[in-house]
Design a protein around this ligand. Structure first.
Ligand SMILES: Nc1nc2c(ncn2[C@@H]2O[C@H](COP(=O)(O)OP(=O)(O)OP(=O)(O)O)[C@@H](O)[C@H]2O)c(=O)[nH]1
Length: 389
């Protein structure tokens, strides 16, 4: 499924009225975390840990295949039924001692998850493993604000976030190699689209190597926290209920390269208003956004729409090629004169700009915009500066 060429139909915008959040049904929906990562990075190892640990959550783990399940204490459940005799072929299900369910799905996934929920009732959380070569962007879009699913699955499931497992041994090489689609390699797409990065297999490499991989990851995605792991050992609070899409601001308030336990923080300490990183054509642009008026926010919204939907900056820059710009992920936090804060979340061409509600701890004195994608050159930064200053 490739949404790139679809005409986005997400949000109806009106220049006078800013989009107001409207997610009344989200409260009871089951959060879904997408686990991506290149071949062999350690996705299944992470999920197997979650299936065997005592954490008190009833999690449905959806894997591409079970692989070796001998270490998992589980009982197999036959989920075929008279009305759907093919279900047995497309799914296998294991019920684990800790209350989790492990489901192997061989088809596209969504219909199977729906059936799983019908048969087994609701879960506290769903973890969905993608194949090593998958681009999580379209999968995330599917679970997020896609109207196609609004009448069905989207009423029951809400996208919580995208976690990428990166191989500490081969991750750097995988990022450098380019098996590209649209000029963007899979490994870089996965990192670009992630809300949290697990740098796995850190037991196998030197501190120097770890710093080098982390630096590469940050060039592509400076806003996702990086956690170093061995065999997927991570406090699940770092990967579940991160609320990355539903107006959450984690990672935005400090949209700086962020490492939880590494020693290689790459901070200059300077108050830089715009930062630009690049790796194999994928880059990120991080811009400090001053306090905005309602009018300016409307303009910013218009700018984002043009960039995401038309793959161009609104300004007339003749030297730019028509198809150079492509945004994979965007996040933003915009602070209004009134103190209201708006959160921007976007994946591929879909985006949502919504008022931050609930308990807001303090009002920052500026906002931020992070864009990750292709073609984010100087002209994009200048265009934003013209808009914001
Ligand atoms: N030394 C070490 N080995 C690891 C670690 N994590 C995973 N492995 C091993 O790496 C191999 C690949 O791990 P998997 O969990 O199968 O990786 P995957 O991402 O699910 O792989 P695919 O499904 O092929 O994409 C297995 O042999 C794991 O035992 C780690 O932190 N350290």
């Amino acid at each position: 499924m490739d949404l790139d060429d679809d005409i986005p139909t997400l949000i109806e915008h009106d220049d006078q009225a800013l989009p107001i959040p409207d997610h009344p049904a989200t409260a009871h929906r089951v959060p879904c975390t997408i686990i991506s990562g290149f071949l062999g990075a350690g996705k299944s190892t992470l999920l197997r840990r979650i299936l065997t640990e005592r954490h008190g959550y009833r999690i449905a783990v959806i894997m591409n295949e079970f692989g070796d399940t001998s270490s998992i204490e589980a009982k197999a459940i036959n989920i075929s039924s008279a009305d759907d005799p093919t279900a047995e072929k497309s799914q296998e299900l294991l019920e684990l001692a800790n209350g989790c369910l492990c489901c192997s799905i061989k088809d596209a996934g969504v219909a199977a998850i729906e059936k799983l929920m019908q048969r087994k009732g609701a879960f506290d959380h769903i973890l969905l493993e993608t194949t090593g070569l998958a681009d999580p962007g379209p999968i995330a879009s599917m679970f997020w604000l896609n109207e196609e699913y609004a009448a069905g699955l989207a009423r029951e499931i809400v996208l919580d976030g995208v976690v990428c497992v990166v191989d500490a041994v081969f991750g750097e090489q995988q990022m450098e190699e380019d098996h590209s689609v649209d000029g963007i390699g899979e490994s870089l797409r996965q990192i670009a689209c992630s809300d949290v990065i697990l740098l796995n297999k850190v037991d196998l490499v030197s501190e120097e190597k770890l710093c080098s991989v982390e630096e590469q990851i940050q060039k592509v995605n400076p806003s996702a926290p990086i956690h170093r792991t061995i065999r997927g050992q991570i406090d699940i609070a770092h990967i579940m209920n991160i609320d990355a899409y539903a107006g959450g601001t984690r990672g935005l308030r400090s949209a700086q390269p962020h490492l939880d336990d590494g020693n290689c923080h790459d901070h200059t300490g300077n108050a830089i208003s715009a930062k630009h990183y690049e790796l194999r054509g994928i880059s990120s642009l991080q811009v400090t956004v001053p306090i905005v008026t309602r009018h300016r926010l409307g303009k910013l919204d218009e700018w984002i729409r043009t960039v995401l939907w038309e793959n161009r900056i609104p300004d007339n820059v003749p030297e730019r090629g028509p198809s150079e710009l492509k945004i994979l992920r965007c996040k933003g936090l915009f602070v209004m004169e009134s103190g209201e804060q708006y959160v921007l979340q976007g994946v591929n061409s879909m985006y949502d700009l919504s008022l931050l509600e609930g308990d807001v701890a303090g009002i920052p004195d500026s906002g931020k915009l992070v864009l990750i994608g292709k073609g984010l050159d100087e002209s994009v930064r200048q265009s934003l500066e013209r808009l914001l200053n």
